[in-house]
Design a protein around this ligand. Sequence first.
Ligand code: SF4
Length: 290
Amino acid sequence: MYNNANELKLLCREQGKRISDVAIEIEAMENEITVEEVRAKFEKFIDIMNVACHKTLNKAIPSISGLTSGDAKKLNDYIEKKQNLCSDHALKGVAFALSCFEVNTSMGRIVAAPTAGSCGIVPACIFVVADKINANKDAVIDAFATASAVGSIIEKNATLSGAEGGCQAECGSASAMAAAAVVEMRGGTIDQSFHAASMTLKNVMGQVCDPIAGLVEVPCAKRNAIGVVNALLCVDLALAGIKSFVPFDEVVAAMYEVGKSLPCELRETGLGGLAGTPTGIAIRKKIFGK
Ligand code: SF4
């Protein structure tokens, strides 16, 4: 059992295991099932996420409110024109995240990872890197297990909820989960996984939760987009040997403190930030009336 990153790192070192190994074994122990059954459960969720990450790449589907639709297809078409400045892989990851998000806003089937509002980031990062390195099914399951371990540490010591801690807690946590997972996938060390997760979360420290009209659509889709790029950037930083000065457990504690100090207008109430702009208010009135 572990309560924070330090304890998890110690467990991994004592047992000579990766984060994913420990995460899967503990999941099996806590639920009194076998490791194989845990892996089968992951596989079921991964299949759902895989469908969602590809569903709107070539065909837009309307969102319930009409606010977000068609952006995954637009980006996918743009990548095919080969005029992009960011790498193909980073942008393909963003397209996956937008697709997953658009499935969510059209009331389709997604997996909250860790929440519905941030559902695109973790699967997009893992799938796009799996494509790049031809990772097999087991490696993908391991990556999701590592992501879940990092998410559970944040949940135990802070929050994953935008209503409690702002968007840093939702999309920031998703990016941290994805970054740690991808470092492991790329053969990085446990310390590098946590350096990547720390840097990712630090990059969005203070990010507010300000959904227009209180709907998890705008700016949420684009926060998923930047969440993918943030995670992949921090993976590269960590694999290049760049370290976070502040260790992960302290970053999580700081994120929680910052989140708690945000006014309620900036914690998913749909009142402040972008939701409180003239455009945000006009959209809310158009959808809900006065
Ligand atoms: S802005 Fe708020 S509702 Fe939207 S993704 Fe971020 S935390 Fe979730």
